[in-house]
Design a protein around this ligand. Sequence first.
Ligand code: HAM
Length: 434
Amino acid sequence: MATLKAVRGTRDLLPPETALWNRIEATARAVFARYNFGEIRTPIFEDTSLFARSVGEETDIVSKEMYTWEDRARAQSEKSQSLTLRPENTAGVVRAYIEHRLGETGQLQKLYYIGPQFRRERPQKGRYRQFSQIGAEVIGPPSAGSESPLRDAEVLEMLATLLDELGITGWTLELNSVGSAADRTRYNEALRAALEPLAPAMCADCQRRAVTNPLRVLDCKVPEDQPIIATLPAISDSLDEDSRAHFAAVTAALDAAGVPYKLNHRLVRGLDYYTRTTFEFTHGGLGAQNALLGGGRYDGLSEAIGGPKAPGIGFAIGLDRLVLTLQTQELNQSSAPRQVADAYIAPLGESINPAALALARELRRTGLRVELGEGGFRLKKSFEAADKTARRIVILGEDELQSGILTVKDFASGNQTKVPRADLVAFLTQSASE
Ligand code: HAM
């Protein structure tokens, strides 16, 4: 029988890498707390129409990358329903905002999430079919100030702070405005006109998009189409006064806060719900999949899925890509922290195993990180195992149990110390925090 493996585009995360994931998640939670965000957890699957109506039928995500299935009715009272594994989390958050009438509080809702997303993409470095995002959304009724450019700037400043605190160096914030819904309609018309004579020379996808949703032509990755795309009008020329003023206010606030950015008028993003501010943070170390995170404003999204007017702005960080970036950086600095236990307890003989478990329990309850050996091992084998996993080995035999004096050897210094059992916690705690 063929051996079973993780499905293409999915992966197992193993220690010590998972420690890095946890560190990033803990840092993100701490930063979000300082900006007064709360956590939201939405289901991993949703009604398919949610994504069709928010992300957009014509996007790559909805048209070819979703994991969708027909959930058959199991009882007369149920209807069969088309369900989809979430390809992103903004749609689910806005659905929850509407369902729980969060707008009626009159307050801005500041929500963050951490969790898996699913897209049937061609897997490569930094691109998976199951991947994780850390994201956040700021959404609320206009009376709560949800349309203010200050919200955009605050979210971007928070991201810059988070990346800095994680120790990510060399990121670039690419910034654009895709304007209001009316601006986008105008821009789509300008693109449609410009594309009419050009589209026949382009790829099949672009020929279709040129008619159905010309903006999506800008997402095309086919190399031969790029020179044509470079000649198309820029969206900045289609913005009305309000959109221009909004964008100018965002950049003015970023300038005041000292957050660096680069304007990129071609940045339209791969999802249809965006209005006005759009952005990506890119990183050179990531190769082809260079977007660490992406986001933007979505002032009409709530209404598009049947809710009240609720402008919002948010982002999602590709956690897998953040981990890749940090791993590359740490390799370069050769400072990847090795995960080691504070002590390895080596029982001398199987009869000592129960006493060793009791000692390990005592030490672990004080917060020490402890590896418990095996009394069946010869001492040499215990030493080898301890040297691989811990900073110190604690020998526990009949003599030690009788006398209450334990032998502790420190691998880095080579020092061997006799430590009374009553002093062991203090001894190890002191050495653990050295
Ligand atoms: P997105 O640009 O589709 O936006 O995804 C955000 C980030 O998720 C990307 O920049 C990338 O780092 C990561 N990502 C996307 N696809 C994959 C993949 N197949 N493998 C690994 N990482 C991936 C959104 O999802 C929006 N919901 C962001 C947002 C929130 N906009 C407003 N609020």
